[in-house]
Design a protein around this ligand. Structure first.
Ligand code: NAD
Length: 539
């Protein structure tokens, strides 16, 4: 029976947003009814964090580490985030990619405690009621329907690990208070037979809603979320490609929303290109980009590059001329009857080309961007052709996981005698070539989405625009140090993430104020505005 004030006694110890565990002081123990409920020794937060790390490092595998960190998250949020923030390099891969993928696959087995809201296929007509069951304020919602978890598989309700993990990154990397974060699973069913037959599966046991029934549920969700939390930013995550593009188009001008798989990826890739141009020289509008893959990620990047080229003075037609795509059926050209609607604007007037090296020799790109999920597609011939055509070829192998990367950093540097300006989609190790060490860095969306979220929330922006993502990309490229550039890194070091996020948030907020999308007048110091809101748990 817990009838007492949640900020008191046993209820306090069981409230993860308030609990400090053994760190409650002698005075607090007396004042808050904790005397006797805790062991005698008062431990500092630093000691607690050290203990957590020691225990974590002794665990045999990453899934167990994920489970242990999740349990800490459910027990003591301040300590959890202290550990994550101070050890972001080590912990990010455990609470998000790649471990979260495995955790979602086993979600039914490792499930201990619900977090966030589960909105089911059968909740149509009462979503507003479900929203009212959430006991906190929400300023940031991450929602998934679990259809394409980490761009890979339909995991239905087991995909809840993604919004939970993503929101942890928002809190850790941009200081968005965890009490303002709401993970949502839109449990519309799953077409994954294995899960439907799994006794431990946690979701609605039916095939996915589709067509009008699916759209009506999403519409009701958007309306209800906006009514319940009018200031909340709603981020879509891991929807199927076509659905993601469609929902973004449908809602981006009506609600404060964005899709990280599309727009976050785009901004991080654009930032990488802008960093590469700090070395290669030349303007973005002078580049020719050839994409390998024409899916959600590639066309999302291209859409933002077109906007950025237009901001440099090109017309839309001129910008489109500078981009080309090569997909599973060859060069994306007019007259092909297999093109998805979001690819049509990029279909060139050109004869069909079925070989990627031929496409490179014909189009003479300054950059090739791999986002097709085909491991090893950037062969020696591909890389060699780029090296012949360019002094500093830009080569991005963005496909995940590592086994699907178009090439390794080592292959890119070797084939170009160290001239490649390289970025990857999964972390890769440094490469030593002719006595020089190259440090390739991952085009990780974590450089962008936390800062965008913070900027939008801090300025109470009504909408999230492409211009905000452009501003974020320019700022990220600026934040890459000379030292980074000298060692071939096109992105800053991950431990700088909070500083990076604060600067990105300030530039996003600046756009919101300039465009009249923010609440009130712009303060003089936007960096102070966002920095002052950043959660930095200490006790
Ligand atoms: P998608 O399914 O929407 O698109 C895949 C595209 O690849 C399609 O256009 C398809 O025609 C093309 N393709 C498939 N086989 C091919 C082949 N043999 N030759 C040429 N093209 C081929 O997928 P998506 O969401 O766009 O993701 C693509 C890849 O990008 C994934 O591996 C994903 O992990 C990666 N990605 C990376 C980041 C990042 O680094 N930040 C972000 C998002 C996605």
């Amino acid at each position: 029976m817990e009838t007492r004030d949640p900020a008191h006694g046993i209820s306090l110890l069981r409230d993860p947003l308030l609990n400090k565990g053994t760190a409650f002081t002698e005075q607090e123990r007396d004042a808050l009814g904790l005397r006797g409920l805790l062991p005698a020794h008062v431990q500092s937060m630093e000691m607690q964090a050290a203990r957590v790390l020691t225990n974590l490092r002794s665990l045999p595998n990453d899934l167990e580490k994920y489970v242990a960190l999740n349990a800490l998250h459910d027990r003591n949020e301040a300590l959890f985030f202290r550990v994550v923030i101070d050890n972001i390099d080590e912990i990010q891969p455990l609470i998000y990619t790649p471990t979260v993928g495995l955790a979602c696959q086993r979600f039914g087995q490792v499930f201990q405690r619900p977090r966030g809201l589960f909105i089911g296929a059968n909740d149509r007509g009462r979503i507003a009621e479900l929203m009212r069951n959430w006991p906190y304020e929400a300023k940031l919602i991450v929602a998934t329907d679990g259809e394409r978890i980490l761009g890979l598989v339909d995991l239905g309700a087991n995909g809840m690990g993604i919004p939970v993990g993503k929101l942890s990154l928002y809190s850790a990397c941009a200081g968005i208070h965890p009490g303002l974060c709401l993970p949502i699973m839109l449990d519309v069913g799953t077409n994954n037979e294995e899960l439907l037959n799994d006794p431990y599966y946690i979701g609605v046991r039916q095939k996915r809603l589709s067509g009008a029934a699916y759209d009506e549920l999403i519409e009701e969700f958007m309306e209800a979320a906006h009514a319940a939390f009018p200031e909340a930013l709603i981020q879509f995550e891991d929807f199927a490609s076509q659905t993601a593009v469609r929902l973004l188009g449908k809602y981006r001008d009506r609600f404060c929303t964005f899709n990280d798989d599309i727009q976050g990826t785009a901004a991080v890739a654009l930032a990488g290109i802008l960093s590469a141009l700090r070395v290669a020289g030349g303007k973005l509008k002078e580049q020719t980009l050839l994409f390998f893959g024409a899916g959600q990620a590639a066309t999302g990047i291209a859409d933002l590059v077109v906007s950025a080229m237009m901001a440099e003075g090109l017309t839309e037609a001129e910008a489109l001329e500078r981009l080309a795509f090569f997909d599973v059926n060859g060069l994306v050209v007019q007259g092909r009857d297999d093109l998805a609607s979001h690819t049509l604007r990029y279909a060139r007037k050109h004869a069909p080309v079925h070989d990627f090296v031929d496409a490179i020799r014909t189009l003479k790109p300054t950059a090739i961007i791999g986002a097709a999920g085909v491991g090893g597609a950037f062969t020696r011939d591909v890389l060699g052709a780029m090296a012949e055509l360019n002094t500093r070829p830009i080569i991005f192998a963005l496909s995940n996981p590592t086994s699907k990367a178009e090439c390794t950093a080592e292959q890119a540097y070797r084939a170009t005698q160290g001239r490649a300006l390289f970025a990857c989609g999964s972390p890769q190790s440094p490469v030593v070539l002719d006595g020089k060490t190259y440090v390739p860095r991952q085009g990780n969306n974590s450089y962008i989405f936390p800062g965008v979220g913070l900027g939008v929330i801090a300025s109470s922006a009504r909408l999230v625009t492409d211009e905000m993502f452009m501003a974020a990309a320019h700022k990220l490229a600026e934040l890459v140090s000379e030292g980074d550039i000298a060692q071939g890194s096109l992105y800053p070091a991950l431990p700088r993430l909070r500083e990076v996020s604060a600067h990105i948030a300030a530039s996003v907020a600046a756009v919101a104020f300039q465009r009249g999308l923010a609440a009130g007048d712009a303060p003089n110091d936007l960096l102070a505005l966002v920095s002052n809101q950043m959660y930095d748990p200490r006790y």
